[in-house]
Ligand binder design. Structure first.
Ligand code: FES
Length: 498
């Protein structure tokens, strides 16, 4: 047995460990969140901690051999977008029969994202949103993207239960805050609606997600799922209706269905593109009677994973870069680059001829020297990082072109490009166009919508009529498998260029 003295955020905590145990596992078991986007596979290099007397170690491959003193990176506050969008569908307040279960009925809409969760507490008599909360998804410590989390469930004994427990626990933890804030009892939460991608919903219900990651990529369920609060051990009225919104496919989930159904643009918008860039990149091209949709393998590069100096959009992240220098989130020294900063920097490097059209970087680009960074290490961008950006932006740009081809439309015929997700709100559009992620043809028609998935979950909570809007989305949707399209490989190669 060894004793670990762990320093974080100015506090010290002790933890016991067996000799030979993997340090990352010990830290997780003792409640420390260590960012580990590759899921502990030893490939991302993000789970580093300082072991006194040893130096910086990769915690997922470092084994405890003696009692030791550790310093963990400080926890940083997340910036998560929670606001509603301006094109939201308007429906009458009709929460359904669950509304009769309490004299003071409340409901909670939840958007379970791969990176973050958003909660809305709603008074179901008035329809008022009483409180909104956002928190990072605690499953992220087992992998940044859905594939690494599915791998975790397949490779670890009880892996599925671990991930399910993480999500139920964080929901319960947030419900406690919501109930306190709203001055209500848990029994007055009589309805919960949940949107999320297909993998997140499988993990929530404890359904094996492995088939989502293996060809032919089938989900165990796509239809709406109804459960009771007691079945999922959620801290609400035990008979509360827990409504899991429906999905289209393994990679076009309820987050996209709810998001698309939440949009009610004015009559000026007949044909439009919808882009949700998060840990996955989902696209939809909407016309009057059809919705062509696809999921791109954009990967989590824009969420900071797989980029050597990448990090999430939390305090300390460089969120913008240009001729005048950089902007850091919060009152912190820079610690790395988040997605918007990464796109700005790559655009700037292209513009200043430090990257050629094929993505060749003349040498590693130093953004902040160790002396000025919050980590005590250089913050720089290398050739491998540029390749990751190329793969991600090409996946998105190629997906857009294939959807256009399949629909028979041209850029001129699109009335708008709606950008969903927090990322869509924070990126600099000019930079995204400069690197070729967003087509320049749509430059003047781009409208950021914010968290459409959360908006959809909220609409589903407030009105059973939203079910019809989601059914309409599903019945009009045509799933486009990009890899099966003859032009995809050529498009992908072309869109790799800057
Ligand atoms: S290298 Fe340890 S989690 Fe990725």
């Amino acid at each position: 047995m060894a004793t670990l003295k762990v320093h974080q955020n100015g506090k010290i905590k002790e933890a016991e460990a067996d000799l030979g145990e993997v340090l990352l596992n010990v830290l997780r078991d003792n409640g420390f969140d260590i960012y580990s986007p590759c899921g502990g596979n030893g490939t991302c290099g993000k789970c580093k901690v300082l072991v006194k007397g040893e130096g910086i170690v990769t915690s997922c491959i470092f084994t405890v051999y003696d009692s030791m003193e550790l310093v963990l990176p400080d926890k940083r506050e997340a910036k998560v977008l929670v606001a509603q969008h301006a094109h939201t569908i308007q429906l009458p307040l009709m929460p359904g029969p669950a509304g009769d279960l309490s004299g003071y009925p409340h409901g909670v809409a939840i958007d379970i994202g791969t990176t973050s969760l958003v909660f809305y507490l709603v008074n179901l008599i008035t329809g008022t949103v009483v409180e909104t909360r956002a928190i990072l998804n605690p499953q992220a410590k087992y992998g940044a993207d859905v594939i690494s989390r599915i791998q975790f469930t397949a490779s670890q004994k009880d892996g599925l239960q671990v991930l399910q427990r993480e999500i139920i626990n964080v929901i319960n933890q947030e419900l406690v805050h919501l109930v306190q804030f709203g001055g209500i009892s848990a029994n007055e939460i009589i309805k919960i609606t949940i949107a999320g991608n297909t993998t997140m919903l499988h993990l929530l219900l404890g359904v094996d997600p492995l088939s989502l990651a293996l060809a032919p990529f089938k989900a165990q369920f796509l239809d709406e799922q109804l459960r009771r609060g007691s079945e999922l051990e959620i801290k609400c009225f035990p008979g509360a209706e827990i409504k899991i919104l429906p999905s289209i496919s393994a990679y076009v989930g309820a987050d996209i269905v709810a998001g698309l159904a939440s949009i009610a643009p004015s009559e000026n918008y007949h044909n439009y593109l919808f882009m949700d860039i998060g840990t996955n990149g989902e696209l939809a091209l909407v016309t009057g009677d059809r919705i062509w949709c696809c999921a791109t393998a954009a990967g989590p590069a824009f969420e900071g994973a797989r980029i050597s100096c990448g990090m999430g959009a939390v305090e300390g992240a460089i969120s913008a870069y240009g001729d005048d220098g950089y902007i850091v989130l919060g009152d912190e020294k820079p610690a790395g680059l988040c997605g918007s900063g990464l796109i700005d920097l790559v655009a700037w490097l292209c513009e200043n001829k430090k990257i050629d059209s094929e993505g060749q970087l003349d040498h590693d680009f130093l953004i902040v020297p160790a002396s000025g960074s919050g980590t005590g290490e250089d913050i720089s961008l290398n050739q491998t990082d540029i390749r990751e950006v190329q793969l991600a932006k090409s996946a998105i740009a190629s997906g857009i072109r294939i959807l256009l081809k399949q629909s028979g439309l041209t850029f001129d015929q699109l009335d708008s490009l709606f950008l969903a997700g927090g990322f869509g709100n924070y990126i600099n559009i000019d930079s995204a166009i400069r690197i070729g992620m967003i087509p320049y043809q749509l430059k003047d028609r781009i409208i950021p919508l914010g968290n459409t998935s959360g908006t959809g979950a909220l609409a589903a909570l407030k009105s059973t009529r939203f079910d019809d809007a989601m059914k309409a989305v599903i019945s009009k949707s045509i799933l486009v498998e990009l890899a099966n399209d003859d032009d995809f490989a050529m498009e992908f190669a072309m869109n790799m260029l800057f």
